[in-house]
Design a protein around this ligand. Structure first.
Ligand code: PYC
Length: 309
């Protein structure tokens, strides 16, 4: 299996170029479901240790259904499958440019939750125009065992997020164990108390916000991903969910720049527009760098060929 690794503002993406499963030509959400049902061992083999880590997001390139799209892409991680992935879309576009498969300019990627436009402005910088994002619940108070009442918003940015404006610890790497532990407790409490996204979809990302470290940024965040790794980047879908909340509060007008720092200090620059249906369409700009080209080898008899669960 041939893969290319990159990182977007610190968060890794592993693009599967060759040797992935043939999922047919149906709609992308059906192909994602087929991936999960029939080929989940491939997901595990690509992203879990010993070949990967809990931070790696995989990106399986598949033929698009729409002729105007350059590629379809199904994102996955150590816990399962993602609807969309902002840092991953930037990583895919930079990888395709590195391979000479796309030029600078706009690339359309088809994902299970919709088409996203990624505009490469340099070989290492791109802007993702994400799927429409929205807040479904504001200021939900959730009693969290061992933590107390936590108040947050529920919003969709391509994945479901619970956004907490009052962080339980400083947003620094030194506090990552505490932030992770508390975010996991919040996610557990949301599940136990039936606080979900639309149609009962689980909220699998928890996002804390606080003041930025740099004067020219607007906010710093910490994002817990579904498998309990923290996002090294400011999280493209999480930043999109944040923009949807800011838009709903009237706290950020369309077109106004929002600079989101991650817990490691990397940043995305974002803004949104309102489309003709009145929806918030976020744009997220970040940088990615290719860091490895590899062939994943599967030797007979390897007890961990499909990853360490
Ligand atoms: O950038 O959207 C994102 C993302 C989701 C999970 C990890 N990164």
């Amino acid at each position: 299996m041939r893969v290319i690794d990159s990182h977007t503002e610190g968060e890794p993406t592993r693009v599967v170029l060759e040797g992935g499963p043939d999922l047919g030509n149906g709609p992308l959400d059906e192909r994602r479901d087929r991936f999960a049902e029939e080929y989940d061992h491939v997901r595990r083999a690509v992203v879990l240790e010993p070949r990967g880590s809990d931070a790696v997001v995989g990106a399986l390139l598949v033929p698009p259904t729409r002729p105007d799209c350059t590629s379809g892409v199904i994102f996955f991680n150590d816990a399962g499958y993602l609807g969309m992935c902002g840092h991953g879309s930037i990583g895919v576009a930079v990888t395709l440019a590195y391979l000479g498969r796309v030029a600078l300019g706009e690339v359309l990627l088809e994902t299970p939750v919709g088409v996203v436009a990624v505009t490469l402005t340099t070989p290492n910088e791109a802007t993702v125009e994400n799927v429409a994002s929205h807040r479904t619940r504001r200021a939900v108070a959730v009693p969290v065992p061992g933590v107390g009442d936590v108040v947050g918003d529920v919003a969709w940015g391509g994945n479901w997020f619970f956004l907490v404006a009052d962080p339980p610890a400083p947003l620094t790497l030194a506090h990552e164990p505490d932030l992770t532990r508390i975010a996991m407790a919040i996610r557990g409490a949301l599940g136990d108390q039936g606080v979900t996204g639309s149609d009962g979809q689980p909220i699998d990302h928890i996002e804390f916000f606080g003041p930025p470290r740099d004067d020219d940024a607007d906010s710093r965040n910490f994002v817990l991903c579904p498998g309990n790794a923290y996002d090294r980047s400011p999280c493209g879908t999480g930043t999109s969910a944040k923009l949807a909340c800011l838009a709903a509060d009237g706290a950020l007008p369309p077109g106004r720049q929002w600079v989101q720092e991650s817990v490691i200090g990397s940043r995305f620059t974002a803004n949104y527009r309102i489309d003709d249906q009145g929806r918030v369409i976020p744009s997220i700009t970040g940088r990615a760098w290719v860091c490895a080209e590899a062939t994943l080898v599967f030797q007979p008899g390897d007890p961990f060929a499909n990853g360490i669960r």
